[in-house]
Design a protein around this ligand. Structure first.
Ligand code: IDP
Ligand code: MG
Length: 132
């Protein structure tokens, strides 16, 4: 069965939106098969966001992602990788359509509440990264 790695970000924790995010995953009919709250360190974030390492905002992302706990989840279902990206909406909350998580709750490009793997291959890498 296809799996993806989903992670609520520190702003979801700070704003008390974790329950609403989980509800949307469950309402869609996807199964949360593993879940844990974590405080991330710089090493794992440098690995996870390696594709952004040369961006000027990279230090901000790392700082933001360490500012409060995250909740990592393994979510299972047919077509779950692409479907979760649609449920999340695009990176920038101002561009995300209403009805998506980012479209409903985020209003900028950095603090956007949720991470979701962008391919089946990356999903397996990220599940290994955060769940071992
Ligand atoms: P994604 O989360 O939609 O897959 P990525 O391009 O993989 O987007 O970027 C990872 C994270 O880095 C974003 O979710 C966001 O928190 C942050 N980020 C990406 N682009 C920007 C930007 O232009 N300014 C500030 N933060 C950004
Ligand atoms: Mg990404």
């Amino acid at each position: 069965m296809e799996r993806t790695y989903i992670m609520t970000k520190p702003d979801a924790y700070d704003r008390g939106l974790i329950g609403q995010i989980i509800t949307r995953i469950e309402n869609k009919g996807f199964k949360i098969v593993d879940m844990k709250m974590m405080n991330l360190d710089e090493d794992i974030l440098k690995e996870h966001y390696a594709h952004l390492a040369d961006k000027p905002f990279f230090p901000e992302i790392v700082e933001y992602m360490m500012s409060a706990p995250v909740i990592g989840m393994v979510v299972e279902g047919s077509g779950v990788v692409d479907s979760m990206r649609k449920i999340m909406g695009p990176t920038d909350g101002l561009e995300a359509n209403p009805g998506t998580i980012r479209g409903d709750f985020a209003n900028n490009k950095s603090q956007n509440l949720i991470h979701g793997s962008d391919s089946i291959e990356n999903a397996e890498i990220e599940i290994k990264r955060f769940f071992g």
